[in-house]
Design a protein around this ligand. Structure first.
Ligand code: AMP
Ligand code: MG
Length: 309
């Protein structure tokens, strides 16, 4: 009999090969699409003196390298901003492995791991809508490819995939909050049948504040339908020194930590950009309709568990 399960770990025992075949096609679709869009691929940075402060609490994964403190990468936001500013390429992307030591209470969310990968993209000197357009094309090309190449695997998982209609719907977080309260993201995800955008979240200092509407942000999340929730977060970026410094202070973060990056901004060496990161394991979970992200990859690490290889 053909073996259809691959060794995983004592936590989730085995992973269905159909899921990994779908992941393989999805990754190929991502590379092909971004290549056609003429984006340049960078290799991932896994250790860095600074990393994404995030807008929720995680414990930092720090190591001491012969006296220098480095952190495991939570995202490559600062590297992306520095790289995109330094040359006139249209855009860059990285298949970026991230370590985020999420709180154990996220164990049952079904969509959190403590290590995961995202395709992290940044486009030079564009507005939010340009990035959103590129992303919609990316999502559709992934779904089209998986439908075409993985008929057998989708059938064995009992999944039928819908090709979303473009443009994806756009909601503001403010309007959804009025309608559904604090759980607006989840409620809307349960109602919609295609991926959609939610804009204007109050979060990290590098997301661009709307100069016309102080306190509002030119950022966005892409949300999967059917209750699968967040797929991507991103935004236009602030890049001017005074604005970045003010926003760091407003968040009670320490500007000294970001000195090298802030110095670049002060020297006028950052530029406008827009980007975002699409989580790979969450994408595969959505494509395969697997309830818990744990079961999408071998060796997955769900928050708050004891890990064995
Ligand atoms: P963020 O910019 O923090 O929203 O991260 C970018 C994307 O990475 C998210 O939209 C998710 O798809 C994915 N992601 C973030 N945190 C996790 C996590 N703990 N486990 C799995 N995927 C994650
Ligand atoms: Mg997010």
């Amino acid at each position: 009999m053909q073996q259809t399960l691959i060794y995983s770990s004592p936590q989730n025992e085995f992973t269905d090969l159909s899921i990994l075949q779908i992941q393989t096609e999805a990754l190929k679709a991502i590379h092909d699409y971004l290549y056609e869009q003429k984006l340049i691929q960078l290799m991932p940075v896994m250790l860095s003196p600074i990393t994404d402060p995030l807008n929720h609490e995680t414990s930092d994964a720090r190591i001491n390298y012969f006296g220098q403190e480095l952190q495991l990468t939570k995202s490559m936001i600062f590297h992306k901003q520095l790289a995109i500013a330094s040359c006139t390429t249209k855009g860059i992307y990285i298949m970026s492995p991230n370590v985020r030591l999420e709180k154990p209470l996220k164990r049952d969310s079904g969509r959190h791991l403590i290590e995961f990968s995202q395709v992290d993209i940044e486009l030079r000197e564009v507005k939010a809508l340009k990035f959103m357009e590129l992303l919609e094309g990316l999502i559709i090309s992934i779904i089209v490819r998986v439908k075409e190449k993985c008929t057998k695997e989708l059938k064995s998982l009992g999944v039928s995939l819908r090709i979303p209609k473009r443009p994806f719907k756009i909601f503001s977080s403010e309007e959804l909050k009025k309608k559904y309260g604090e759980d607006f993201e989840k409620e809307t995800s349960l109602k919609e049948i295609d991926p959609f955008w939610i804009t204007d979240y109050q979060r990290e200092f590098y997301d661009k504040e709307d100069p016309k509407r102080p306190g509002h942000y030119l950022n966005y999340d892409l949300i999967y339908p059917e209750g699968f929730g967040e797929a991507l977060s991103g935004g236009e970026r602030d890049f001017k020194y005074e604005i970045l410094l003010r926003k760091i202070k407003e968040r009670y973060q320490n500007p000294d930590v970001f000195k090298f990056y802030l110095d670049k901004a002060k020297e006028g060496k950052l530029v406008a950009s827009a980007g975002g990161g699409l989580g790979i394991e969450r994408l595969v979970r959505f494509l395969t309709k697997i309830p818990h992200i744990r079961d999408v990859s071998p060796f997955s690490k769900v928050p708050g568990e004891y890990y064995q290889i």
